[in-house]
Design a protein around this ligand. Structure first.
Ligand code: ZN
Ligand code: ZN
Length: 308
C-alpha cells in the first residue's frame, strides 16, 4: 500500500514565476488528500498529470490567501468527472464562509456534495480503520492548525511454517489470521493471530505544519514522522521579522525535526525574498541542526515507504 506526497507549491506570501503557493497532495492507497491549496495548485496537478479530480478531502491550515486561493478552481474542475462521493473540506473558522461565498459568487456548477467542517483543534478530523488525521493548534496571526496523518499499527509478519505446524491449512484461514482474526480449525482448536504472527509493525506518519511561530507543543504532535513538511520561511538573521509576522526560521523548523526525531523533513513556504538559487541559505542553516532536511520544490515527489 503506497503512500506518497507531491509538493504542488512551496512558496509563501506571493507566487513567483517559478514557484507556486503552498500546497501538498498526499496519495495513500488511491485516496487523495490535499493540504492547503494556494495559487498555482491546479497548474502543478496538471503538470504532474495526476488523476486528481476525485480528491477525497482538503485540509486547510488557515484562511490566508496564499493557502486557499487555488481552491475555487479545484472545486469547479472536480465537477468535470462523475462523482457521487462527497468532498470533505476541513479548516479553521471562516473556511465555510470562504467556500460558500466563492461557490455563490462564481456561480459554480458542482455535481457532487461538498461537506465543510470547521474544526476546533486539537481534534481528530478524519478517521478510518487504518489511519487518522489529527489537527492541532499553531500560533499565527489568525487561527491556524497543523495536521498529521498517522496510520495505526499493522499486524506483524506472518510465519506460514508456524501455521502449518499448528494444523492451519494454507487458504482462507491464513488470510483471516493475517488480518488479526482468530480461526477455528478442524480438530476444534482455536488458533490466535499471536501464535503465527510476529510483533506488530508501526504505520507511517505524515505531518504538515505552516504558518506558525516556533511552538514546543508541535514537537509532540509530529513526533516520529516519516515525512515532516514544515515552513522554514526565513534565515536566522531575520528571526525578528519571523517573530513579528508569526513565522519560523529554517533553523527553528530543524529544531522541531530534531527534537521530534522525524525521519525526513522538507522545508516549505519560503519567503519570496529568496530566489531558488538563494534557498541554500535556509537549507544549510537547517542542516546544521538536522541533517535530514531537504528543500521542497514544486512538483517534487516523495515516497513514504514502510520501514519494517
Ligand atoms: Zn502563508
Ligand atoms: Zn498565514
Amino acid at each position: 500500500m503506497n503512500m506518497e506526497a507531491f509538493i504542488l507549491g512551496c512558496g509563501g506570501m506571493m507566487p513567483l514565476p517559478y514557484r507556486h503557493l503552498t500546497s501538498v497532495l498526499l496519495r495513500r492507497d488511491g485516496d487523495l488528500f490535499l493540504f492547503d491549496g494556494g495559487e498555482g495548485t491546479q497548474v502543478s496537478l496538471k503538470r504532474l498529470n495526476l488523476k486528481w479530480k476525485k480528491i477525497n478531502a482538503i485540509f486547510v491550515s488557515h484562511t490566508h490567501a496564499d493557502h486557499v486561493t487555488g481552491l475555487p478552481g479545484i472545486l469547479m474542475l472536480s465537477a468535470q468527472v462523475d462523482r457521487t462521493e462527497p468532498l470533505y473540506i476541513y479548516g479553521p473558522p471562516k473556511i465555510k464562509e470562504y467556500i460558500e461565498t466563492s461557490r455563490k459568487v462564481l456561480d459554480m456548477y458542482i455535481n457532487y456534495p461538498i461537506i465543510i467542517k470547521e474544526i476546533s483543534a486539537p481534534c481528530i478530523v478524519h478517521a478510518t480503520n487504518e489511519f487518522q488525521i489529527r489537527a492541532f493548534p499553531l500560533d499565527h496571526t489568525k487561527t491556524c492548525v497543523g495536521y498529521t496523518l498517522e496510520e495505526f499499527d499493522r499486524p506483524g509478519e506472518f510465519f506460514p511454517q508456524k501455521a502449518l505446524e499448528l494444523g492451519v491449512p494454507c487458504g482462507p484461514l491464513w488470510s483471516k489470521l493475517q488480518k488479526g482474526e482468530n480461526v477455528l480449525i478442524s480438530n476444534g482448536k482455536t488458533i490466535t493471530p499471536e501464535q503465527v504472527l510476529g510483533p506488530k509493525r508501526s504505520g507511517r506518519k505524515f505531518s504538515f505544519v505552516t504558518d506558525t511561530l516556533y511552538k514546543p507543543s508541535i514537537i509532540d504532535e509530529v513526533r516520529d514522522s516519516d515525512l515532516f513538511v514544515c515552513e522554514g520561511m526565513f534565515e536566522d538573521d531575520l528571526i525578528d521579522q519571523a517573530k513579528e509576522k508569526k513565522h519560523m526560521t529554517a533553523s527553528q523548523a530543524a529544531t522541531i525535526a530534531k527534537e521530534a526525531n522525524v525521519k525526513r523533513m522538507c522545508l516549505i513556504h519560503y519567503s519570496p525574498r529568496y530566489t531558488d538559487k538563494e534557498l541554500h541559505i535556509l537549507l544549510e542553516q537547517a542542516q546544521k541542526i538536522w541533517p535530514e532536511t531537504q528543500l521542497s520544490k514544486d512538483r517534487m515527489h516523495i515516497d513514504i515507504p514502510f520501514i519494517d
